[in-house]
Design a protein around this ligand. Structure first.
Ligand code: C2E
Ligand code: MG
Ligand code: MG
Ligand code: MG
Length: 277
């Protein structure tokens, strides 16, 4: 695009880029400092049984307030953390915080809900990730079967062999893999068959169009059928109203998550939702 501009406008373009780079660097610095001083927190969104309306688990989601910009969306700060490599350390904090907190809620309870944590590609492929996860579970005393890791398809496409090894090793220990934002990537069916996955999370963009949009409805019911035939749980993300829920129930989608049931909430509230106290 710079080529198409009048001569002289290059300098303006440069200044914009420079400003953007400086702002990015400042953001990185703030993220780094926040990690040191405990400036991140977690919220939890219930995952619900579509037939009974009962929560069966929660997804942990990171929250961050910048000292200079206020609340920054995870989409933005996770992307920056991924780019600068900070995601490994941030992800480790998320995992430890979520697992420790959740294990505390579950202690002495007869129910065994599960916890899911989002994991970035760089974090998954980092040497020591598998040991880290198992160590955190051991220290917290949470059975591995109560933990699931949410991974996007793109992660698996970048380094399919290593990603499969890591997830396979964790799965042998009992930790589940959930494919997040499912449908937005490029999974082929043959490839999906080889994956060590336990659940598919249908991306919100497909759920949004229910029940009216025929194309969205076909995608969702195809994913539900696929999950059933491969023996995978299917979770619909971003369910916001009763008509969407009804369509999902009719399609036989076993799990749902979204604002209709609950927004992501602080730990105390999530615990009360799961255990009724
Ligand atoms: P995700 O894992 O697909 O999480 C679902 C997102 O949809 C969350 O946004 C959630 O708040 C939002 N959501 C849930 N129900 C509804 C609904 O009914 N309607 C609408 N409009 N939105 C809904 P959030 O918390 O802003 O997170 C965005 C993304 O950031 C996540 O997408 C995930 O990819 C990433 N992320 C968040 N926390 C972490 C983390 O600790 N580690 C990593 N690696 N990524 C994270
Ligand atoms: Mg997720
Ligand atoms: Mg998602
Ligand atoms: Mg997402």
């Amino acid at each position: 695009a710079a080529k198409e501009r009048a001569p002289g406008s290059i300098a303006v373009f440069d200044a914009t880029m420079q400003r953007r780079a400086a702002s990015r660097l400042q953001l990185e610095g703030e993220l780094r400092r926040s990690l040191e001083v405990g400036g991140f927190r977690l919220v939890y969104q219930p995952i619900v049984d579509s037939a009974t309306g009962r929560p069966v688990g929660v997804e942990a989601l990171a929250r961050w307030t910048s000292p200079t910009r206020g609340v920054v969306s995870p989409q933005e700060f996770i992307a920056v953390a991924e780019d600068c490599g900070l995601i490994v350390e941030l992800g480790r904090w998320v995992l430890r915080e979520a697992v420790t907190t959740f294990a505390g809620w579950c202690a002495g309870q007869p129910e065994t809900p599960y916890l899911t944590v989002n994991v970035s590609g760089r974090q998954l492929l980092h040497p020591g990730f598998v040991d880290d996860v198992l160590a955190v579970l051991g220290e917290a005393g949470l059975p591995p079967a109560q933990l699931g890791l949410e991974i996007t398809e793109s992660v698996l496409l970048q380094e399919p062999t290593r990603a499969r090894q890591m997830l396979g090793a964790l799965r042998e220990a009992g930790v589940a893999t959930l494919l997040d934002d499912f449908g937005t990537g490029y999974s082929s069916l043959s490839w999906l068959r080889q994956l060590p996955a336990d659940a598919l999370k249908i991306d919100r963009s497909f759920v949004q169009g229910l029940p009216g949009d025929a194309a969205d409805a076909s995608v969702v019911s195809a994913v539900v059928a696929l999950g059933r035939s491969l023996g995978l749980t299917v979770i619909a993300e971003g369910v916001e109203d009763a008509a969407q829920l009804e369509a999902l129930v009719q399609m036989g989608c076993p799990r749902v998550q979204g604002y209709l049931f609950a927004r992501p909430v602080p730990g105390d509230e999530a615990r009360a939702t799961l255990f009724g106290r």
